[in-house]
Design a protein. Structure first.
Length: 250
């Protein structure tokens, strides 16, 4: 097998011109650089390094995605973030939806696991809406809609004018310290995590995974009528026959 290593001087190869963006047809630029480092005069081995900014090797990244944002890998095939104002909104929208997805996936999976092993006894997530609560489903929906509407308006105002909603409108004594949009800290960060670039990257990666997992849970239940943990137990009981292939075949 050929070894691919590096030790000495480097030469950087750049594309000579711009290429067409994926699907949209507008021009884009390749934000990644490919470095080829030659080991030595007597050693023919070399190393090729792809730098951040390209979600698919060989596919140009849009010019407006420079890799400066956390989690920016140049993925925007529909050109949704081409407008800078839209990009500001989508950055915050992805962050919030990723956080809700992480909470949602944990809220769907953990009660199912704990109920299956007998620690608690609660409805599965897909039957939770059928249970009786302190109010009817329509009443709960209206309450939730009003509360979320209020919170989303406040968040939208903070995106447009950062810091304008730091003070509580009702309890004037409570306010948030100056912070980066999307990372309020204070009571919303009880463990006092620093919003470093590495932490932001990890949060976005886990949020994106959680959004895909949530979608997978929904599709999985519509196909099998069960939750992810029940499907896992079913597969482990007979791994050779209880698979996705047998499920698709029906």
């Amino acid at each position: 097998m050929a070894a691919v290593t590096t030790h000495a001087s480097a030469a950087v190869f750049r594309p000579c011109g711009s290429k067409t963006r994926f699907l949209s047809g507008s021009p884009g630029k390749l934000n990644r650089q490919v470095s080829v480092k030659q080991a030595s005069v007597s050693d023919n081995s070399f190393k090729v390094e792809a730098k951040k900014g390209e979600w698919l090797p060989g596919l140009p990244s849009p010019a407006y995605l420079t890799g400066s944002l956390p989690g920016d890998n140049g993925f925007d095939p529909l050109g949704l973030a081409e407008d800078p104002e839209n990009l500001r909104w989508y950055v915050q929208a992805e962050l919030v939806n990723g956080r809700w997805a992480m909470l949602g996936v944990a809220g769907m999976l953990l009660p199912e696991v704990l109920t299956s092993i007998g620690i608690i006894n609660v409805p599965k997530w897909y039957d939770a809406g059928k249970s009786e609560y302190f109010a009817s489903s329509s009443t709960l929906f209206v309450i939730e809609f009003i509360l979320f509407h209020y919170v989303e308006i406040r968040r939208w105002q903070d995106i447009k004018e950062p810091g304008c909603v730091n003070q509580d409108p009702i309890f004037k004594n409570y306010s948030l310290p100056p912070h980066e949009c999307g990372y309020p800290g204070s009571i919303f960060n009880p463990l006092n995590f620093e919003p470093t670039l590495e932490a932001k990257e990890k949060e976005l990666a886990n949020g994106r995974l959680a959004m895909l997992a949530f979608l997978g849970f929904i599709i999985q239940h519509n196909v099998t009528g069960k939750g992810p943990f029940d499907n896992l137990l079913q597969h482990l009981s007979d791994p050779w026959h209880n698979t996705i292939i047998q499920t698709i075949k029906g």
